[in-house]
Design a protein around this ligand. Structure first.
Ligand SMILES: Nc1nc2c(c(=O)[nH]1)N[C@H]1C(S)=C(S)[C@@H](COP(=O)(O)OP(=O)(O)OC[C@H]3O[C@@H](n4cnc5c(=O)[nH]c(N)nc54)[C@H](O)[C@@H]3O)O[C@H]1N2
Ligand SMILES: Nc1nc2c(c(=O)[nH]1)N[C@H]1C(S)=C(S)[C@@H](COP(=O)(O)OP(=O)(O)OC[C@H]3O[C@@H](n4cnc5c(=O)[nH]c(N)nc54)[C@H](O)[C@@H]3O)O[C@H]1N2
Ligand code: SF4
Ligand SMILES: [Mo]
Length: 719
């Protein structure tokens, strides 16, 4: 028990990459310690509820293994020998190596690499100011949202939808392809309210019995990558049984007659064979959503992490357009609100100095890029130096063997700014200690809701930790670009300037108000006056390859994947890794309840609760392979193989296996994580990462001594 007394309750926002962006009340114990963290009761979306891992944030912020001092590599790469350094010396070294790479290979040989460790607009996005000022290589952000966003936007023309709080006013809430009970607990808060207050039904659609499926009134477990087939059969039934809203279809959609015709042979029998669902399940769901007008479709990211994911997202989104659910309060669709915030980040990102001729490198293809694949380098120079901030690619990126092999290159210089000695930091030349969100100022906006929430500094960071902004501004000085506008500003001024440019209140006003609710009105959120295309019609027949789309790669990269083969209408598009004789199983790497990507894989309670990397396998499959519960099993494909422990449970369809969570690579027997098995090939049309779409073989693990040494380890031991 912490004996310190409560100094005051501080207010903040959860900075993690979670659609909920909870408003937080924090027990501040003294100038450097916090106690419990709670969800703000007065915030209408958070509604006093947060996940357990953030409630016990004291475990993470006061963790004994936090990085406290800059260190410089003292032994071979990855060997783990470090020398303490002053900030001055560490930053000087980074600048010297960046300038050397620039002189020898050009500015594009430096690749600042970032992602979503913090979602704060200042601390996350200031890295772009340095990038643009120095004409360093751009990053094409592909690891998370591309497939889902492309699919949603293809229908509506905008990333926005029904107010998520309206879920509480629904008669049926369909939670599709998101394990909300684990990944965004607040969805459950509002859905359960509807069930309590008005007897609403909750439906969950996943590929295994998740916590969300278990809490649902109707749980549908289908085969991975088959949601498009399911959605088509549902719409077939809606048209067949007179449950389509023709008034709505005629006024709000592009070609409903064409759609009806196209779906004629997409029968429940056809879909049952593809999805593994029964005809009765498909009919039941179709009848439910067809007769319950106030049905809220809460569409998640997870079911889009398949190579046909954009098509599946769009197909699911077509259903409320057929039933006309959008017309009703509590009805319609929602995926992300990212299109409703109009915040002017130009100064933070230094967009004024961006040079359109500078290349982009695909974030997911970091392995190929670092190992010199010309296609991944887009004709530019090799990557010779990196600043990695806010992300852990050696663990979370696909094609992990290539990523590690690249990072172990003797001639690559890599600086990592981190809170912990992550898998990525371990492979660095310089590691800089970072503050956590309560130790610096920042501002956040929701993805799964509609608030802008301030996160002011509440306590001092430990040791010599510094915020991301400090690193960027200090490097700018040493790299000779600090005379450009923006580099002399602190976080509060950057926030004030951004808010002023966006016609929104500044830091002090927001500190008082804590958050801004910028929910668009009913008419806008429900697309009453039309969808966001020139003709105002929802598109059943999307323009996948022309026209605008969020996450569209820059022109120099072109469209991605087999985009010519994209189906015209919603359909089952067999672009996934179909199981074959050599790889009879389909593997998904779904999120773990107590981690957030690789974050929290270091906190004691999360580690205890998640235990060890495991594989959920169906009892009938396990029996055929002679695998007992708890056995060491090896899973593999052409990209590699890892050993995990079997958990024999009847929670999936046959031949589907699930490995939850992104455990640290060191949690695996051979020091290689689950992303050894995932691919970095680009799905159509806008790239992305198909983390849940892997064909694999599964077998009882052989004697470890018989297994060949791995790329990363080999390189480490050879150097
Ligand atoms: N506890 C926890 N919370 C998190 C995260 C975490 O790792 N752990 N990650 C955070 C991040 S970065 C994000 S982007 C969000 C993501 O949150 P979600 O939107 O929930 O997306 P995913 O985590 O990718 O997967 C969600 C579910 O989709 C299922 N799924 C996979 N393939 C298919 C399919 O083909 N069809 C269907 N119907 N379902 C499928 C998976 O089994 C999983 O249960 O969550 C955030 N919150
Ligand atoms: N197999 C598999 N792989 C996946 C996924 C999956 O479902 N399955 N999900 C994918 C998805 S959706 C995503 S979004 C990516 C996410 O991947 P990442 O963006 O890499 O997210 P995290 O793993 O949470 O790592 C964030 C890191 O940032 C650090 N950090 C946090 N705040 C700060 C800060 O203020 N400053 C600095 N310098 N560092 C900070 C944390 O300590 C942490 O190590 O992973 C992807 N990888
Ligand atoms: S639910 Fe998501 S946003 Fe809320 S506290 Fe947990 S991780 Fe943060
Ligand atoms: Mo994500």
């Amino acid at each position: 028990m912490n004996k310190a007394v409560l100094l005051h309750t501080g207010h903040s926002a959860c900075p993690h990459d979670c659609p909920s962006t909870c408003a937080l009340d924090v027990e501040v114990l003294d100038t450097s310690h916090i106690g419990r963290v709670r969800g703000a009761k007065e915030n209408s979306y958070t509604a006093g509820v947060i996940c357990a891992k953030v409630a016990r944030y004291a475990e993470r912020i006061h963790h004994p293994e936090r990085l406290l001092k800059p260190v410089i590599r003292g032994g071979a790469k990855g060997e783990g020998i470090w020398k303490d350094a002053s900030w001055e010396a560490a930053l000087d070294l980074i600048a010297e190596r960046f300038l050397r790479a620039e002189a020898e290979y050009g500015s594009e040989s430096i690749w600042p690499y970032y992602y979503a460790g913090t979602m704060g607009l200042v601390q996350r996005d200031s890295i772009h100011r340095l990038r643009h000022a120095k004409k360093y290589s751009n990053q094409f952000d592909s690891i998370c949202t591309n497939l889902a966003w492309s699919g949603f936007f293809a229908g509506t023309g905008k990333l926005g939808g029904v107010d998520p709080r309206e879920m509480a006013k629904s008669d049926c809430v369909v939670i599709w392809g998101t394990n909300a009970a684990a990944t965004q607990v607040n969805v459950m808060t509002h859905a359960v309210r509807a069930r309590k207050d008005r007897g609403a039904k909750i439906v969950a659609i996943d590929i295994y019995e998740t916590a969300t499926v278990r809490q649902a009134d109707l749980g549908l477990v289908l085969k991975p990558g088959t949601d498009g087939a399911f959605a088509c059969a549902v719409m077939h039934v809606l048209f067949r049984d007179g449950l389509a809203d023709w008034d709505y279809l005629n006024s709000h959609t592009d070609d409903p007659k064409g759609l009806e015709q196209h779906l004629k042979d997409r029968t429940p029998e056809w879909a049952a064979a593809i999805t593994g669902l029964s005809v009765a399940e498909i009919e039941e769901f179709a009848r439910l959503v067809g007769t319950t007008k106030k049905t809220f479709f809460r569409l998640g990211y997870g079911f889009a992490r398949q190579r046909n994911g954009a098509v599946n997202m769009h197909a699911a989104l077509c259903i409320p357009a057929v039933t006309g659910a959008w017309k009703y309060e509590g009805g319609g669709g929602f995926h992300s609100n990212s299109g409703i915030f109009r915040m002017d980040k130009r100064e933070i990102e230094g967009r004024a100095f961006a040079d359109p001729s500078v290349r982009h490198i695909d974030q997911c293809k970091i392995g190929a890029a670092l190992t010199g694949d010309p296609a991944a380098l887009y004709g530019g120079p090799p990557v010779m130096a990196m600043l990695v901030q806010n992300t852990n690619p050696a663990n979370v990126a696909p094609e992990q063997r290539l990523v590690k092999q690249g990072m172990l290159r003797e001639d690559l210089f890599m600086a990592v700014h981190e809170q912990f000695m992550t898998d990525t930091a371990k492979l660095a030349d310089v590691v800089l200690p970072a503050t956590m969100f309560m130790e610096h100022d920042d501002i956040y906006r929701g993805g799964g809701q509609q608030h802008i929430v301030l996160g002011p500094k509440l306590i001092d960071g430990p040791g010599e930790t510094q915020p991301n902004l400090y690193v960027i501004n200090e490097l700018a000085k040493r790299l000779g670009v600090d005379d450009l506008p923006g580099f002399d500003l602190d976080a509060r001024t950057l926030i004030d300037n951004m808010m002023a440019a966006s016609n929104l209140p500044g830091f002090d006003a927001l500190k008082e108000a804590r958050w801004l609710d910028i929910q668009p009105d009913f008419e806008t959120a429900h697309y009453e006056k039309g969808f966001s295309w020139p003709d105002g019609k929802f598109r059943f027949k999307p323009d996948w390859t022309g026209g605008p789309s969020p996450n569209r790669p820059p022109q120099s990269m072109g469209l991605q994947g087999p985009y010519e083969a994209l189906p015209q209408w919603p359909d089952y598009w067999q672009a996934i890794e179909v199981a074959d004789e050599k790889h009879p199983f389909r593997l998904a790497t779904s999120p773990a309840h107590n981690f957030l990507n690789s974050t929290f894989s270091e906190t004691p309670t999360s580690v205890v609760k998640e235990r060890r990397p495991e594989l959920l396998i169906h009892p009938d499959d396990a029996a055929e392979l002679g695998i007992e519960d708890g056995a060491r099993v090896e899973i593999g494909n052409d990209r590699g193989e890892v050993v995990v422990h079997a958990r024999v449970q009847a929670v999936t369809k046959r031949a589907v296996v699930i490995s939850e969570g992104i455990f640290a690579n060191s949690a695996f027997e051979r020091g290689e994580g689950i992303n050894v098995l995932t691919g970095a090939d680009s799905p159509a049309p806008n790239g992305g990462a198909a983390f849940h779409d892997n064909k694999v073989w599964v077998r009882l693990a052989a004697d470890p001594a018989l297994i060949s040494p791995l790329v990363g380890e080999k390189a480490i031991s050879a150097s």
